[in-house]
Design a protein around this ligand. Structure first.
Ligand SMILES: *[C@@H]1O[C@H](CO)[C@@H](O)[C@H](O)[C@H]1NC(C)=O
Ligand SMILES: *[C@@H]1O[C@H](CO)[C@@H](O)[C@H](O)[C@H]1NC(C)=O
Ligand SMILES: *[C@@H]1O[C@H](CO)[C@@H](O)[C@H](O)[C@H]1NC(C)=O
Ligand SMILES: *[C@@H]1O[C@H](CO)[C@@H](O)[C@H](O)[C@H]1NC(C)=O
Ligand SMILES: *[C@@H]1O[C@H](CO)[C@@H](O)[C@H](O)[C@H]1NC(C)=O
Ligand SMILES: *[C@@H]1O[C@H](CO)[C@@H](O)[C@H](O)[C@H]1NC(C)=O
Length: 737
């Protein structure tokens, strides 16, 4: 439960811390690689890098890594927090001031050292034949445990910066030196680490230790009344005690728990300062206390110097810068710890203010000028290089002023106020100028805008004009076009009209022509007709005549023909009668012959059938004997044979027929002989004869009968032969089929 609450609180605190302080330290990481370290200073003589880490709860830690070449000097700084460091490499000397005075320690690799806050220190690296660098790694306690609300103002600040932060007049009066001296120390600022070789014969400050001791203890020679009345009562009157410091320039009192026991346990102390006219509370700072003061009398000027400008710092809330302001009765002003300050009264009035200081520890205000100046604790040689000044300048600076706290400062406030006013004026002017510039800019922009707009407008108008012109042009062109078209049209129409007229004319002419032609034609035709008719008439007449002649000829011919026909008919009748007679005799012969023939044919047929049957039987028997394969061949051969036979027969018949007429004449003689022989042989010859020989004989016989009419007979014979052949062919075909 408790743990949870604390965690919660821590978280809330962390959140608020980040919110407040976030801008000062942008990177709070658990891991910070080497290359993410920030570089604070880098010169030929050395390098300072830094890193910030946060533990995630409330711890914020700042680390620095200081690397110095041999024979270099890390210029004096005022430490704002505790610093713990160890030496990584090299050899050197660390000089620092404590309550006991200035201490110098030689450090080497492995040494660990702690320096308290408020300490002024500087470091020298020893010459090294090996050119070994002095490396110091340091951690700074950034957590002000007593007053966590105070912001971290950086680990340390340059001593020279603390001095330079003040106004020229303030320094001049504070150090009690001339303006030239001040100007010379405000020249070019050297870097943090510079080459340095200490002079062999360093003339030592005689009483520096003593002075420091006094300064740090705050028990200066100015203090008149060392013995303060101590009270244990609940109340304490500031006027009842003697001032701690008092001189012609004023006085100051600080009330702590030492003087007023009631303050024990309180974080606050009280102080009061009464500055007479033209005086100054010398430049100083409080290492542990923040002053909150209220002006109770008069007016004054206050100047506060920013002790450091830690890199990465930003944001208006914590902006650290040198400031100066005028305060009057009732005004309240705050000066944080380590911030060097001065309060100055005007020439015409005293300046009284009462304040509270957050005094948690013993606070020894530290002064810059006079015998108790912090500068007195630093070797002159170091100061020389710190301020880049000659030994005489430093000498003058440190010895001209004795007083450290209450100083005379005539017209300082006035001058400062003037400067402030000037500054304000300047700023105002600057602002005004900036405003004017801005206005001017705006006006210019406006004008440009206006010009642009106008231009645009003009352009637009021009474009419109152009468009209008174009439109106009287009319209004009169109009109012209239309007009032209119309004209064209008119012209065309006219032309057409003319053409039409011409055509009409032509047509008319043509028609007339045609008409004329037609008339001509008609006339011609009429003439022709007349001529034709005439011709026709003539022709007809001729034809008529011809026809008549022909008719006459035909009639004559007919008569002739009729006469001839009659003659013919008479002749034909006579012939017919004669032919009929012949026909009758021929028919008789024919009948006789046909009978003979038929008888013979029957015999032949019978013989042939028997013969063929016999042959067929033989053939069948033979064929049956023959192989089945040769059957078709045989058939083919048979057909061929038959073919051949037929051809031969035909050939023979043809030959016979051809031979017949020639042989017939020859035969007539032979026939006579044969007739004689036949008469002798009793007519056996023809009976024995088969085939053609018999036929010929028969034919011969027949011829013998018709010897009187050889032509008629021959015709008959031929006819008979043909019939016979036809019959034979029919028989053959039937056999084949
Ligand atoms: C120191 O001042 C002199 C002029 O007085 C100047 O030339 C020189 O550069 C300065 N040195 C440094 C380190 O600024
Ligand atoms: C000290 O002075 C050097 C240059 O002269 C500067 O770079 C550095 O930031 C100063 N240190 C602080 C803490 O202001
Ligand atoms: C160095 O100082 C000593 C006295 O401390 C003196 O005797 C010596 O002469 C000085 N040397 C030089 C070179 O100034
Ligand atoms: C301050 O001192 C002056 C003269 O020394 C004196 O007149 C004045 O009353 C003092 N003011 C206060 C508030 O003590
Ligand atoms: C004193 O002088 C300052 C400036 O010179 C002026 O502002 C102020 O009013 C004067 N005080 C008195 C009381 O006259
Ligand atoms: C300053 O240094 C020069 C030599 O550099 C020396 O002669 C002179 O005495 C020194 N002055 C003081 C005041 O130390």
């Amino acid at each position: 439960m408790g743990k949870m609450t604390s965690t919660l609180l821590a978280a809330i605190f962390l959140w608020s811390l980040v919110t407040i302080n976030g801008e000062g330290f942008p990177k709070f990481g658990r891991l910070v690689p080497m290359e993410s370290r920030r570089t604070l200073v880098t010169t030929d003589s050395g390098l300072i890098t830094a890193a910030d880490v946060h533990d995630g709860y409330r711890g914020l830690y700042h680390l620095q890594f200081i690397t110095m070449e041999p024979s270099s000097l890390f210029l004096p700084v005022l430490l704002h927090t505790d610093m713990l460091f160890y030496v990584q490499t090299g050899h050197g000397t660390v000089s620092y001031t404590t309550e006991d005075g200035t201490t110098r320690v030689d450090v080497e690799r492995g040494d660990i050292y702690r320096l308290e806050e408020g300490t002024v220190f500087y470091v020298r690296s020893h010459p090294s034949p090996m050119r070994e660098k002095l490396r110091i790694n340091a951690i700074f306690d950034t957590n002000n445990m007593e007053n966590p609300s105070e912001s971290f103002v950086g680990a340390y600040s340059n001593i020279s910066d603390l001095v330079r932060g003040f106004d020229e007049k303030v320094l001049e009066m504070g150090f009690g030196v001339s303006k030239e001296i001040i100007r010379s120390i405000e020249g070019v600022k050297p870097p943090s680490i510079i080459p340095f070789t200490p002079k062999k014969n360093e003339s030592k400050k005689h009483n520096w230790k003593e002075g420091i001791f006094e300064a740090l203890l705050g028990s200066p020679t100015d203090i008149i009344n060392k013995k303060k009345k101590k009270t244990k009562t609940k109340t304490f009157n500031i006027y009842s005690t003697s001032p701690d410091v008092e001189n012609c320039n004023g006085w100051s009192i600080a009330v702590t728990k030492k003087e007023f026991r009631s303050l024990k346990g309180s974080h606050f102390g009280v102080f009061m300062v009464n500055l007479t006219e033209g005086s100054m509370m010398g430049p100083h700072w409080n290492p542990t206390a923040t002053e909150i003061a209220v002006v109770i009398e008069g007016q004054g000027m206050v100047q506060v110097v920013c002790p450091s400008k830690p890199s990465g710092e930003g944001g208006d809330t914590f902006r650290c810068q040198n400031t100066q302001f005028r305060v009057k009765e009732g005004d309240l002003f705050v000066v944080p710890r380590y911030h060097p300050m001065v309060q100055i009264s005007f020439n015409n009035n005293s300046f009284v203010f009462v304040g509270f200081s957050t005094m948690v520890k013993k606070n020894y205000p530290q002064f810059l000028v006079g015998e108790r100046s912090v500068l007195q604790t630093i070797e002159r040689g170091i100061l020389e290089v710190s301020f880049n000044s000659s030994n005489t300048t430093i000498e003058t600076l440190l010895t001209s002023q004795r007083e450290s706290i209450m100083l005379s400062c005539t017209s300082c406030a006035e001058e400062l106020e003037r400067k402030v006013e000037e500054e304000v004026e300047r700023q105002k002017k600057e602002e005004e100028e900036a405003r004017k510039r801005e206005e001017e800019e705006a006006r210019k922009r406006e004008e440009e805008e206006e010009a642009r707009r106008e231009e645009e407008e003009a352009r637009r108008r021009e474009e419109e004009e152009e468009a209008r012109r174009e439109e106009e042009e287009a319209r004009r062109r169109e009109e012209e076009e239309a007009k032209k078209r119309e004209e064209e049209e008119a012209r065309r129409r006219e032309e057409e009209e003319a053409k039409k007229r011409e055509e009409e004319e032509a047509r008319r002419r043509e028609e007339e022509e045609a008409k004329k032609r037609e008339e001509e034609e008609a006339r011609r035709r009429e003439e022709e007709e007349a001529r034709r008719e005439e011709e026709e008439a003539r022709r007809r007449e001729e034809e008529e005549a011809k026809k008549r002649e022909e008719e006459e000829a035909r009639r004559r011919e007919e008569e002739e023909a009729k006469k001839k026909e009659e003659e013919e008919a008479r002749r034909r009748e006579e012939e017919e009668a004669k032919k009929k007679e012949e026909e009758a005799t021929r028919e008789e012969e024919e009948t006789e012959r046909r009978e003979e023939e038929e008888a013979r044919e029957r015999e032949e047929k019978e013989a042939k059938r028997i013969e063929e049957e016999e042959a067929k039987r033989r053939e069948e028997a033979r064929m049956r004997e023959e192989e089945e394969a040769k059957k078709r061949e045989e058939e083919a051969r048979r057909r061929e044979e038959e073919e051949t036979k037929k051809r031969e027969e035909e050939e023979a018949k043809r030959r016979e027929e051809e031979e017949a007429p020639t042989t017939r004449e020859k035969e007539q003689t032979t026939e006579e002989k044969q007739e004689a022989a036949r008469k002798e042989g009793g007519g056996r010859g023809w009976k024995k004869g088969g085939g053609r020989g018999g036929e010929e004989e028969r034919r011969v016989n027949k011829k013998q009968k018709g010897e009187e009419e050889p032509t008629e007979r021959e015709r008959e014979e031929e006819q008979a032969t043909r019939r016979l052949e036809r019959q034979r062919e029919e028989i053959h075909e039937r056999e084949r089929g």
